[in-house]
Design a protein around this ligand. Structure first.
Ligand SMILES: [Zn+2]
Length: 124
């Protein structure tokens, strides 16, 4: 990645994610990337404010702290979705709709791992 910085660019703020902008109203995220044609490399773009493309307000620079909290929220959401999917697959197995080879293949588990999972997932 290039470390080129335009001569008129303000000094980078260590609290801001380089090139990442977010709308406070709708959550739209813009990642700006600068392509350096001379060197064939790419780097983070700037953090200048611009209007949200959804028309609801300005895009603001994303802070690392806010980014970490949003990623944590997304991780928790994805984990809950995974647990629900595992529970549904286990229910289909117990109901005889799916066979253990199909379940194991879908989950990337051995039969032993799958049967252990079925025992500790939510009851039917
Ligand atoms: Zn917006």
């Amino acid at each position: 990645m290039s470390t080129e910085i335009a001569a008129d660019a303000p000094p980078p703020n260590p609290e801001i994610v380089p090139g990442m902008m977010r709308c406070a109203k709708c959550g739209f995220v813009l990642n700006r990337i600068t392509l350096y044609v001379k060197t064939g490399t790419a780097g983070a773009g700037d953090n200048r404010t611009e209007p949200c493309p959804n028309g609801c307000g300005p895009l603001w620079p994303q802070t690392w702290r806010d980014q970490a909290h949003q990623l944590e929220d997304r991780l928790v959401q994805m984990y809950e979705e995974l647990k629900r999917a595992h529970t549904m697959i286990a229910q289909l197995y117990r109901a005889g709709v799916l066979s253990s080879p199909h379940c194991c293949q879908a989950l990337g588990m051995t039969r032993q791992e799958f049967l252990i999972m079925c025992d500790w997932r939510a009851p039917l």
